[in-house]
Write a protein that binds this ligand. Structure first.
Ligand code: ASP
Length: 407
């Protein structure tokens, strides 16, 4: 009998989770006590493997590119793609919010207060990328610092030549072992997804979502359009890959991002999908994807665009074109600084609101439905990373035929 594919099994877990969530709405404690731990267990398993996986695969990746020039070229392509698509995403979010007007006709009492997020200076941010203690960087799972350290190791291994080979072989073997662990953990994904989604549905009753339904529609619709237009276009134009192949290959990671609301939590699966299903070589995926999970957040940027306009509308403030351009800029920067964890984008939204003088209390309006918006934006965040990995692999002439055994 043919085994049902993992994507289908995860999808079934997702559907059953939504159903269970709807049925348990009158007794949410059951979901929190008995079902949520299944999701937490799964998430812990994935988090367990992130640091060793990223470190080992990126060391191997940067060592096997063999030359620093190539690494620089891949870096520039990746950053350029990430920046352009993020700015496009904010513009799309603003456009749809201008069309759908989610904040008109809403008057919501203002009693909550919110603190603006302190914006770290540019210099501090740049200095912080270098880990003064790599072990600590790993202990804290600081992805940017781990990336920098791994690239140093990889480049130095290449420069050392023969003597570096045993060291490289060690990381190569470690990366393979980590991939195997991801494959084992993924067998548990359908149950994990079920455990993650059920409590979210029980907590967010339909009645709580209705008043802000237009915001939800604006965010989901922009996410959908962005994925269909930008990512399909990217993979088709750069690699002649059909969008259907791309989204089918990306589906397990997309569903996981949707349920976990965490780009970093999904990273091991994003890497596995890109490599096994989309033909991205390890040497490129291990650089582009961890970097993307940390700094490339199209979904978050687009959500910040929609929310800024929504808050402006609720408070009856008109935003000029210049102010909307300011939002494009700050939301692009804010999304880069957003942590790939649940709710990270909501914190950075303060920075966007502040940039055009919108009331920070607006955050309180969004807070109640943020988790529902987070699911869609995280899904888009990691899909953008995979589209970039396909583009870079293809323009480097390294896109492979997807592996026989896909997940
Ligand atoms: N949850 C998102 C992510 O991990 C970040 C956000 O809150 O926008 O990608």
């Amino acid at each position: 009998m043919k085994k049902v594919s993992l994507s289908v099994r995860i999808f079934i877990g997702l559907l059953l989770g939504v159903l269970a969530g709807l049925m348990l709405q009158s007794s949410p404690a059951v979901a929190t006590t008995y079902i949520k731990p299944l999701g937490t267990l799964f998430l812990n398993l994935i988090k367990m493997i992130i640091v060793p996986l990223v470190l080992s695969s990126l060391v191997v990746g940067s060592a096997s590119t063999g030359d620093v020039g190539k690494l620089g070229r891949i870096g520039i392509k990746t950053l350029t793609y990430y920046l352009i698509t993020t700015a496009l995403a904010v513009m799309l979010g603003l456009f749809l919010a201008n069309v759908l007007n989610p904040g008109f006709g809403l008057s919501i009492p203002l009693d909550a207060t919110a603190e603006a997020k302190e914006i770290p200076s540019m210099v501090d941010t740049l200095l912080n990328i270098i880990p003064t203690n790599p072990i600590q960087a790993m202990a804290n799972a600081n992805m940017l610092q781990i990336i920098v350290f791994a690239i140093f190791l990889g480049v130095a291994i290449t420069l050392v030549g023969d003597k570096g080979k045993p060291f490289l072989a060690f990381f190569d073997s470690m990366a393979e072992v980590c991939y195997k662990i991801v494959a084992i953990i993924m067998e548990f994904a359908p149950i994990g997804v079920f455990g993650l989604i059920t409590p979210v549905i029980t907590e967010h009753g339909v009645s709580a979502l209705l008043p802000l339904l237009k915001v939800i529609i604006a965010v989901y619709l922009s996410c959908f359009i962005h994925a269909i237009v930008v990512y399909s276009g990217t993979v088709y134009i750069s690699a002649k890959m059909s969008p259907a192949t791309f989204f089918k290959g990306a589906a397990p990671a997309m569903m996981l991002a949707f349920t976990t609301s965490s780009s970093s939590g999904t990273l091991p699966v994003t890497m596995k999908c890109a490599e096994d299903n989309l033909g991205v070589p390890k040497s490129i995926g291990s650089f582009v994807l961890p970097l993307g999970a940390t700094i490339n957040m199209d979904g978050t940027a687009l959500y910040q665009g929609v929310c800024a306009l929504f808050v402006a509308q609720v408070y009856g403030m008109d935003l000029t074109i210049v102010e909307q351009m300011t939002i494009v800029l700050t939301a692009t920067l804010a999304s880069i600084g957003t942590a790939g964890v649940p709710g990270g984008g909501l914190i950075m939204l303060t920075m966007v609101l502040q940039s055009v003088g919108l009331p920070l209390e607006g955050i309180a309006l969004i807070g109640g439905i943020d988790r529902i918006l987070d699911m869609a934006r995280t899904c888009i965040n990691i899909t953008g990373d995979m589209a970039c990995a396909v583009l870079v692999s293809s323009t480097e002439g390294e896109l492979q035929k997807p592996a026989q055994k896909s997940i």
